[in-house]
Design a protein around this ligand. Sequence first.
Ligand SMILES: NC(=O)c1ccc[n+]([C@@H]2O[C@H](COP(=O)([O-])OP(=O)(O)OC[C@H]3O[C@@H](n4cnc5c(N)ncnc54)[C@H](O)[C@@H]3O)[C@@H](O)[C@H]2O)c1
Ligand SMILES: [Fe+2]
Length: 391
Amino acid sequence: MIQTQSFSVNQPTKILFGVNAVNQLSDTIAELNGHRVFLVADPGLKQSGIIKKVADILDLAKIPHTVYDKVTPEPGLKLADQAVKLAKKNKSDCVVGLGGGSALDIAKAVSILLTNSGKAEDYLGLGKIKLQGVPKIMIPTTAGTGAEVTFTAVFINEKTNSKGGMNGDPLYPDAAILDPALTLSLPPHVTAATGIDAFTHALEAFVSTQAHVISDMYALEAISLISNNLGVAYANGSNLEARSAMLMGSLLGGKALATAGVGLVHAMAYPLGGMFNTAHGLANAVLLPYVVEYNIIGNTEKFATVAQIMGYETEGLPLREAAQLAVEAIHQLNADVGIPSSLADLNIPADRIAEMARIALTVTRPVENNPRKPTEEDVISVYEAAFNGAF
Ligand SMILES: NC(=O)c1ccc[n+]([C@@H]2O[C@H](COP(=O)([O-])OP(=O)(O)OC[C@H]3O[C@@H](n4cnc5c(N)ncnc54)[C@H](O)[C@@H]3O)[C@@H](O)[C@H]2O)c1
Ligand SMILES: [Fe+2]
């Protein structure tokens, strides 16, 4: 397809990928001129021994560090402010984020709040961050958010019970270290939900109104890697090849989302996180097939391509039928990895759907990127279909 659209692409994050890549952390810190490290992680990573592994690497290189391991899933703005306070007290000049998107997002916020004044809340929105942060290095331990290469950090605003992001170039990490061995300890249900989140980034970027040749390249490869490997990683978590493919898929999904944006699935998942604390990946996963069904007419050709990449025979079929197979493929992928098939299964109350729909439509950029422009009635209908599990 010839592109008539103009676009700009910013890819500033250095990527180190491979089994044992984490051993390159000390050299990477030195390259970035970091001296006193603030290591951000969560309690789950302490239990799995991952924090100790990374702290040992820093000890070996005699790099002073403070460990902040209090990150909770779907973190709030207050947590970011608390972490910054400690980082300032310890005169940290380099931040390492270790964990899933929750830890990485706190780490990204700490980096920029060490140089920009004020509180985390002041930087919600697009383009509000004026100064570069201190050097930041991200080490993802879920194959999910792609936050190691995005310019976003997402938080729950405790005042409004809504989810929102800080967005801006200073949030791009300086380096991302992706070591598939660090994802071997992910339990199956987290593998599933985070894996479908990564798939959703790729899919929503692929059909986004902002998509272009470069974002499509990332998205298509991510869709292929994730759809071929998520089942294996879920069924046998110690399969390093599948774990590597998933981590590469989530990295490319992150690149796709950073270049073309996400869409209605993410906009509709945000109220579930803000109002009911539903895990981000799980909320996306349950909504995904219903939103795709709704979106099909917005870009039939691309959804047919998705079905084909996911292994469905589309040759000779009318385009609309081929595209419909994408819904079937996604439904099957979800079922294979134990994702519940309805919002009712997540105990989301039906009588809050109208409120959720109003909030979802305020998540402006993903709504604008969506291949079909949704009305409030449309969003209510999609939530209702997802609530009833109506395929
Ligand atoms: N910044 C971005 O670009 C971006 C993109 C998408 C989502 N997000 C945000 O990221 C957050 C979700 O991140 P997530 O889905 O990665 O989940 P998470 O970071 O909340 O982690 C989920 C759970 O997995 C555990 N865990 C992580 N790695 C593990 C490992 N290797 N072994 C054992 N347990 C492990 C954690 O302890 C935690 O309990 C949400 O707040 C979401 O909004 C950010
Ligand atoms: Fe996401």
